[in-house]
Design a protein around this ligand. Sequence first.
Ligand SMILES: NC(=O)c1ccc[n+]([C@@H]2O[C@H](COP(=O)([O-])OP(=O)(O)OC[C@H]3O[C@@H](n4cnc5c(N)ncnc54)[C@H](O)[C@@H]3O)[C@@H](O)[C@H]2O)c1
Length: 367
Amino acid sequence: VENFDIEFPPQPSRRCRVFFGNGLFGRAAEYAAALSGESRIAVIADDRVAPLYGGDLLRHLQAARPKADLVTFPAGEGSKNWQVLGRLLQRMVELNIGRDGVVVALGGGVTGDLAGMAAALHCRGIAWLQLPTTTLAMADSAIGGKTAVNLGGAKNIAGAFHQPAAVFADLDTLSTLEARHFSAGLAEVVKTALITDAGLFARLESAQGALLDSSSSLLQQVLARCALLKAEVVARDELEAGERALLNAGHTIGHALESASGGQLLHGEAIAISLVLECRLAQKLCRFPGRDLQRLVALLQSLDLPTAVPAGAVPEDVMRFISADKKNRAGELRFALPEAIGRAVTTGCEWTVSVDPKDIIGMLRKE
Ligand SMILES: NC(=O)c1ccc[n+]([C@@H]2O[C@H](COP(=O)([O-])OP(=O)(O)OC[C@H]3O[C@@H](n4cnc5c(N)ncnc54)[C@H](O)[C@@H]3O)[C@@H](O)[C@H]2O)c1
């Protein structure tokens, strides 16, 4: 088991414990039991993950003593909305989850974002744990305390920062994850390496097929490294006043492609395409080397990820979603761009670069 803590100065007592390993449900259950005392626990999972792992987790929780219930919702990005969130909150009231109750998010990024937001809102905020079960959630979304739902087609537009008390990434769960979702999550690993760590990027390139094997120790090391890199940034800039914006690399065009595709593209697939487009922008605006762009495309392809805008995508539609992105400042589009593999462009106290919409639309039209 690899583990580390994320501490949030100036209150180092506020910390999130992070564990990566195999067979972690027992440990997670003991942790949840200690956190909840005599209070109730709501395990939130989607209806694909619940039958696979919900029963096992409940058994461990019951053995560790507290009263736990499983609350489920339909799997998929389409559930990240107010209606589903409202039903989860309603269920938590019916279950008598009190102020010292605990939410356990068991699943991928959708479950983490929804359950985390339910934990942030219920009684104005109760403790919660994340048990990520996808590559995406382990490498990225379980870390950092961002929770949200989509609204009116805008991704993650309504949400809250609410740090989990702990994250238990049990790699055994990845054995049942569909290949397409498995690969999609690795796009976030590529993103983190591209923007912060050239050494990690080189390791990903030399890993060959090992990254697509859920039982490889390399996969665990890479996911944990990625989570740690994210945690370090989040600890320095929890509320995204500056540096944390770097982690949005690939996410402005990515969210727009994801929304415009109406569910055809998975989040990670949209991020993969967007990383390529944003590096092409960086090539134009910040002298990102052509050789590095080729390395990025080759790495994404070796992970079975898409690297080009789907034929059916309408540039103007995508642009509309980009203009509505919550990361824009005073109507200005700002992107976290790399200047080379492993290094982001940062100027003075700015972490992002202003981009002309004309350059983006040109890129989308493949001009
Ligand atoms: N909060 C953040 O910081 C953050 C960061 C990145 C992404 N996200 C969000 O994460 C979401 C994407 O996450 P995701 O890709 O994990 O999606 P997901 O939660 O929808 O999981 C993908 C699919 O795999 C299934 N699944 C999950 N674990 C499984 C397992 N172990 N075995 C079999 N099936 C399993 C799920 O039921 C679902 O159908 C997006 O909504 C994105 O916005 C959030």
